[in-house]
Design a protein around this ligand. Structure first.
Ligand SMILES: [Zn+2]
Length: 498
């Protein structure tokens, strides 16, 4: 089945930081898991490059906005392989094909009667590129997200008739309680609709850095609509000569941060409805990563976890694992380099890395690296029965942290099994040769299963380990206990001391 998943596209007015890395990694984990299950996955990410903040920054630097966009987009593009992100395409909203498709799409919205011209006056945040409604403005007319002073702006704009979709949006939400996930985010979006939707500005007249409005080229589209459309436009040109829209739309998951909830859960489905296009199936809203003391990360407080430094020190797989393990996906939580180091040592190096080394060493020392066919220890086997289905069920709900915990319980179980059975004792007793074989075969099976299930989180490490095993395939169908013969080569430590 087609499975289309997207991250929010990164705004190129700055450098990549941990928040971006978190969203890219989490989305990648689910994309890889779905590929293991044999789904026809398309994973999109990219950069959002228009709007006033880009124009302002470029002006301050004395360069063209395109130059700024090119420079920063290159940084995001280069980050993907560093994070082991397996995106199928990287869209830039300055792609010519995207710009043309935005014009065609919004022309349709216009032709369908959902656009009108009016004077707009209100409090505007240049960083959000958004007008703020009275009840969300902070004291002193400041942005509730950026806390910077808002400017009073008034201009002749084109408006999108969001209010015309009040009922349709209510029906969408009331008919599908997992349209927005998790429930807290759903409730927030539903409450916003409940307050009554007001029309929103669709264009800017004073700005030139954007996609030109086809029916009035003195305006450019408000950057949000141009940006949201990336999820739809990319499919038409991601593969040269092929239009993937029918194959992958509607998207299964848009993955976003909670600061852009309103745009993705309300404006976006309404825009699609206005053009006669089906809304996405789910929007998943992840939380924010805070410093380990629970405060906001900031350079001045010196509590920032820099993803590149973390990768240089512990490797990308440790960062991926730590972020998915430390903070329940969907909630806010604190992270820091000390916590990463602790999990690297206790969980990756000791729990998992040591287990793999010991199992491989014992299979080689006692059995010459070869395991005969057999059913293994029925007690241990029972603890792995159905694990693949449980993990898949959780992953379908984007429960990346709960699924990882379930897998880790089995990693720990296998370590206890080693201690309980003490294969090195059995090896001393020729009469226990049969039992030794059963114990090692069971450890091999358990290790193989957890390794397949860990593959989306630790793609390179698990590939390395599976390459030393036969069958050494990471496909999901093999994430259950097998009875056939097996092979395991001697391995080098998976997580050496950094
Ligand atoms: Zn703002």
């Amino acid at each position: 089945m087609a499975f289309y998943i997207t991250t929010a596209i990164a705004y190129v007015n700055g450098q990549p930081h941990l928040g971006h890395a978190y969203e890219f990694i989490a989305t990648d984990v689910l994309a890889r898991h779905m590929r293991q299950r044999g789904e026809d996955v398309f994973f999109l990410t990219g950069t959002d490059e228009h709007g006033e903040p880009i124009a302002d920054t470029a002006k301050a630097e004395g360069i063209e906005p395109q130059e700024l966009a090119d420079r920063n987009a290159a940084r995001f593009l280069a980050l993907m392989p560093k994070l082991e992100v397996s995106n199928d395409f990287f869209i830039r909203t300055t792609d010519e094909q995207h710009e043309l498709a935005v014009q065609q799409f919004l022309q349709k919205v216009y032709d369908n009667g959902y656009v009108y011209q009016d004077l707009y006056e209100g409090w505007y945040c240049p960083r959000c590129a958004d007008f703020k409604v009275e009840n969300e403005i902070l004291e002193g007319n400041r942005c509730p997200i950026h806390e910077i002073p808002l400017t009073r702006e008034s201009e002749e704009n084109y408006f999108f008739k969001l209010s015309a979709f009040q009922e349709q949006l209510e029906q969408l939400f009331d008919g599908q309680s997992d349209f927005v996930m998790p429930a807290r985010a759903f409730n927030e979006a539903r409450a916003f609709i409940g307050e009554g939707l007001r029309d929103v500005s669709l264009s800017r007249g004073k700005l030139t850095w954007g996609v030109k409005v086809p029916w009035d080229p003195s305006h450019v589209f408000y950057v949000w609509f141009d940006a949201l459309l990336n999820y739809y436009t990319a499919l038409a040109y991601a593969r040269p000569g092929e239009d993937l829209t029918d194959r992958y739309w509607p998207a299964n998951f848009h993955v976003i941060g909670k600061d852009i909830l309103k745009f993705h859960t309300i404006f976006w489905p309404a825009m699609l409805m206005a053009a006669g296009v089906e809304p996405p199936q789910h929007v998943f809203v992840h939380g924010f990563l805070l410093a380990s003391d629970g405060r906001k990360m900031s350079k001045s407080l010196g509590n920032v976890l820099d993803p590149i430094e973390a990768i240089d020190q512990f490797g990308v797989e440790a960062l991926r694992f730590y972020l998915m393990r430390e903070v329940a996906f969907g909630a806010d939580g604190g992270v820091g380099i000390d916590g990463l180091k602790a999990r690297y040592e206790t969980e990756l190096a000791n729990d998992y890395g040591n287990l793999a080394s010991r199992v491989s060493a014992m299979i080689n020392r006692y059995l010459g690296g070869k395991l005969a066919a057999g059913r293994g220890d029925p007690e241990l086997r029972a603890e792995f029965d159905g694990l693949d289905d449980e993990v898949a069920w959780l992953m379908d709900r984007f429960e990346l942290t709960t699924a990882l915990e379930l897998i880790w319980q089995r990693v720990r179980r296998l370590n206890r099994y080693v201690e309980e059975k003490a294969p090195w004792q059995l090896a001393k007793d020729p009469a226990a040769a049969g039992e030794l074989e059963i114990v090692l075969r069971s450890l091999y099976e358990g290790l193989r299963i957890v390794t397949i299930l860990l593959h989306p989180y630790l793609p390179t490490t698990t590939d390395k380990l599976l390459a030393a095993m036969a069958p050494g395939d990471a496909s999901y169908a093999l994430a259950r206990w097998q009875d056939g013969a097996g092979v395991m080569e001697q391995i080098t430590p998976l997580f050496p001391k950094p």
